[in-house]
Design a protein around this ligand. Structure first.
Ligand code: HEC
Length: 391
């Protein structure tokens, strides 16, 4: 009798232990699917409702169904602080769709809910490594996708992928997510189940490039105006449709040509982007990739700038070197979560300071004085000349 009890307990423990990882994976896939459905609503709604009236009844009904499915999936996810706010934002979205609000309002709400969901359940919305050129996955695209979407994305039995306006409503992550076998709500599993995460990111870039094939790159200045969009995670998570027209056009081109963009990014901005990725990997419990990203940030972002910084501001350089060291030992050692997060934040704020220190001194003052001096001397010269002539 007693033994039976013990065996039962042991079996239960075993079951719990083996069930835990599968459950975590399932949760991530549920969250990714729900996020995918929400971003679909954001992209499609404007085709279903115009000026407060439904213009495409089947599409409108599909969106309501999609929203309900997303809500059901969310109910399958564990409770977390912030989840009540998420559910409220989805209910608000439901209300907005029922009231046939404008396309823009529904799009904003749906995208905001998708982003909140991704944050709350710590979905990795940015690739672990640099994005490859569009040409890398071009052969894979021809083999797997062209039959339905056309060799140049012009569309066949599947929709065109060259529609600029529609593609602008997806982030690169949304495109990646469309190919995630766990989240894909439009393709059969056999289509993408065997693709690695790396291949899916590469395909997302290939797809993103189709809408901007043959177009000119944005002016080089744009990289300075929108530094967050030339690096990760911004390039992967921002949706062009939510940006100003200039920034949207630039992002559309940049994300289709990631290899051409790398040179535009300030190394310290790259370091910051990689540290953000490292931090989110750490928060998701993936210490190995957190460490890997941190080393990349140091090597590709900070070290190329270190000498210049030491010349400009030696104490700041010394302080930053200590902060890199502190973060490294915090991740590798047994520091508490809060300590590691604090080390990330200190390092990132130091790097932001370094960026301002490395900026060239403002030239405008100097140029202003030169122009004034020049004007004064011209006027003086003219006066002298006039006086001479009168004599
Ligand atoms: C068997 C045909 C077929 C194949 C093969 C296929 N797709 Fe699709 N794809 C579709 C259909 C159909 C849709 C639209 C479904 C819907 O809107 O409900 C779609 C939707 C998409 C979308 C979303 C487009 C939008 O405007 O909503 C993307 C992106 C996409 N596919 C990419 C790919 C990529 C990349 C591949 C190759 C790995 C691929 N597809 C292979 C049929 C296919």
């Amino acid at each position: 009798m007693q033994y039976n009890w013990l065996i039962c307990a042991a079996l239960l423990c075993l079951q719990l232990l083996t069930a835990a990882p599968a459950a975590a994976e399932e949760q991530e896939s549920l969250a990714a699917q729900a996020s995918n459905l929400l971003s679909y609503i954001a992209a499609d709604y404007a085709d279903a409702v115009r000026d407060g009236a439904v213009i495409d009844q089947p599409l409108y009904r599909q969106q309501q169904r999609n929203l309900n499915r997303a809500l059901e999936m969310m109910h399958g996810l564990p409770d977390r602080p912030g989840r009540a706010a998420l559910e409220k934002s989805v209910r608000d979205l439901d209300g907005a769709i029922a009231a046939k609000r404008s396309g823009e309002q529904v799009r904003r709400r749906a995208n905001a809910a998708a982003d909140r969901l991704a944050q709350l359940y710590q979905l990795q919305r940015s690739p672990a490594e640099m994005l490859p050129a569009a040409s890398v996955a071009a052969p894979l695209y021809q083999k797997r996708c062209a039959a339905c979407h056309g060799a140049r994305g012009e569309g066949a039995s599947g929709p065109a992928l060259t529609d600029y306006r529609r593609m602008a409503s997806f982030s690169l992550y949304d495109l990646y997510n469309i190919l995630d076998p766990g989240a894909d709500t439009v393709h059969a599993r056999r289509l993408d189940a065997d693709l690695s995460s790396r291949q899916r990111w590469a395909l997302a870039v290939t797809v993103a490039s189709l809408a901007v094939t043959g177009t000119e790159p944005p002016p080089v200045d744009e990289a300075r105006r929108y530094p967050a969009l030339v690096g990760l995670p911004g390039m992967a998570t921002a949706r062009p449709v939510e940006l100003s027209p200039d920034a949207a056009a630039a992002l559309m081109w940049w994300r289709g040509h990631p290899q051409r963009v790398r040179a535009l990014q300030h190394p310290l901005a790259r370091a910051d982007g990689l540290l953000q990725l490292a931090e989110s990997a750490y928060r998701a419990g993936d210490n190995a990739s957190a460490y890997h990203q941190m080393v990349l940030a140091l090597r590709e972002g900070y070290l190329p700038q270190r000498d210049a910084l030491a010349q400009r501001d030696q104490p700041l350089e010394t302080q930053l070197s200590a902060r890199w060291q502190a973060l490294r030992s915090a991740i590798l050692g047994d520091a508490s979560n809060a300590e590691v997060i604090a080390a990330f934040q200190q390092l990132r704020s130091g790097l932001a300071q370094a960026r301002t220190r490395l900026q060239p001194p403002p030239a405008s003052d100097f140029r202003g004085w030169v122009t004034l001096l020049f004007a004064v001397s011209v006027v003086l010269g003219l006066l002298l000349w006039l006086r001479r002539r009168r004599r």
